[in-house]
Design a protein around this ligand. Sequence first.
Ligand code: ATP
Ligand code: MG
Length: 191
Amino acid sequence: MKEKSTIREEMKKTLGNMDPLSHEAKCKAIHEKLFASNEWQDAQTIAVTISRFPEVDTEAIIMRAWHEGKKVAVPKCFPNNKGMEFYFLENFNQLESVYFGLKEPIVTEVEICLKEKLEFILVPGLIFDEEGYRVGFGGGYYDRYLVDYTRSKVALAFTEQLVKKVPTDHYDIPVHKIVTNEVVYDCTIRK
Ligand SMILES: Nc1ncnc2c1ncn2[C@@H]1O[C@H](COP(=O)(O)OP(=O)(O)OP(=O)(O)O)[C@@H](O)[C@H]1O
Ligand SMILES: [Mg+2]
């Protein structure tokens, strides 16, 4: 099996080649499936990243959540100890660009959101399999954060990001559900 780092780079290329119009249409299909899910409908507080093209767009998700009166928490990574914390985002002016053009909340302008407040976490990733295993962006931030997180973990992905089996390490934590532009996989059903 190929290494995580190899397939990560291959998938970044594949996604980067996606036509912007088809990217937009697929994002919309994913959004509609997410908004129809129990996890979404039951939650008052959600955790979501700030996406960058060609990832599945999350700006529309954040706006929809605000519109529905949900609270939105976004992550900030702390590279020195590989820690990550979520903060309540109330508007996009509370974000700043950090490394690699990644946007994160400005900590002096937002309030921290403790893990137990998060009703579900939208977990980012590049490649997924039907068991919910995931190859992320390689920092291990989510794998660490999720160690003691017991509620729902949902991933959003384009069909192209699904493979039969991803390489895993003992510390990898699978998601419960994957919402793609075509289907919703319940990864808790044993195959
Ligand atoms: N629970 C953990 N405790 C300590 N280190 C961890 C833990 N989970 C992962 N790591 C470390 O994080 C590094 C990156 O892991 P991996 O390649 O699986 O990242 P990833 O899943 O792509 O990233 P992310 O979780 O941020 O999406 C690995 O070197 C691993 O040792
Ligand atoms: Mg991992």
